[in-house]
Design a protein around this ligand. Structure first.
Ligand code: HEC
Length: 242
């Protein structure tokens, strides 16, 4: 209860802080880079961005690949999750040159020489691409959280389609609670245990051909064989043993 909320808060906070620190690091690269303190300022911001990146990705992967929240299938089944991971990879590619350059700076400063700054303009421009990739990650994450692009909701997909068919074709008589107004309107799947005690073949036959001289009509023309099986599976799953 608490842990998922905290991990989620850490994840989002890192995003906000990370964006700010990247902007500051880009600005610090714009100079002036003359005395040692100037370089140290860039490196301090680089340290901060490194820590935030670790926390950001750590909390993200923890959420995605532990049982903390929705389970990894929720994420990996969504194409947007892979878009998000792709954008993360792209962001890392843009980060690489800066990371390598600043590592070199650290070494050079340690030997008391001032690093050369010939490629800082390029590094600064790369920051913009990196930020754009991060914005893309945020969009992908928001769309994913709304379930956009997800092929099938988690859980047994058959039961869900059955639920749709039931709502559309059967619920008017059998009612959403399966009781058919205590059997007055239609067979009561909950109260009359003899109904669902019948084997599939019998019940599928009733659904396909109807029950003569009753309101239970034939669905042979409206539902194909698969759909009739799906809706019966839903009826059993939902109302048997209630
Ligand atoms: C117009 C009303 C109506 C609709 C719509 C309807 N039913 Fe029925 N259904 C009935 C009635 C009435 C009975 C009881 C028939 C009887 O006396 O055996 C019944 C009985 C049944 C039975 C039990 C049959 C048996 O052999 O005992 C099943 C299973 C069933 N319905 C499934 C469905 C499904 C699935 C749908 C939707 C695809 C559906 N019904 C739609 C009225 C309806």
């Amino acid at each position: 209860m608490w842990l998922p909320a905290i991990v989620s808060a850490v994840h989002l906070t890192c995003l906000a802080l990370g964006t700010a620190v990247l902007l500051l690091r880009a600005r610090s690269l714009a100079g002036p880079l003359v005395v040692e303190a100037d370089f140290k300022r860039v490196l301090a911001l680089d340290n901060a961005s490194g820590i935030i990146a670790l926390l950001w990705m750590g909390s993200g992967f923890y959420r995605a690949f532990s049982t903390l929240e929705k389970g990894s299938a929720f994420y990996t089944s969504s194409p947007l999750f892979w878009v998000k991971m792709g954008l993360l990879g792209v962001g890392w590619c843009f980060e690489m040159p800066t990371m390598l350059t600043l590592l070199r700076w650290r070494k050079e400063l340690a030997t008391d020489s001032l690093p050369d700054t010939k490629n800082v303009d390029r590094l600064r421009r790369l920051h913009h691409f990196e930020l754009a990739a991060m914005v893309g990650v945020v969009f992908a994450a928001s769309l994913m959280a709304r379930g956009i692009g997800r092929a099938a909701p988690p859980g047994a997909p058959e039961v869900r389609t059955g639920a749709k068919i039931y709502a559309q074709h059967c619920a008017t008589c059998h009612q959403p609670d399966g009781r058919g107004m205590n059997g007055k309107l239609a067979a009561d799947f909950v109260g009359d245990k003899t109904r669902l005690a019948k084997p599939d073949t019998v019940l599928l036959n009733s659904i396909q051909n109807g029950v003569p001289n009753t309101a239970m009509m034939a669905f042979s023309s409206q539902l194909n064989e698969d759909e009739r099986k799906l809706v019966l599976a839903y009826v059993r799953e939902t109302f048997a043993g209630k």
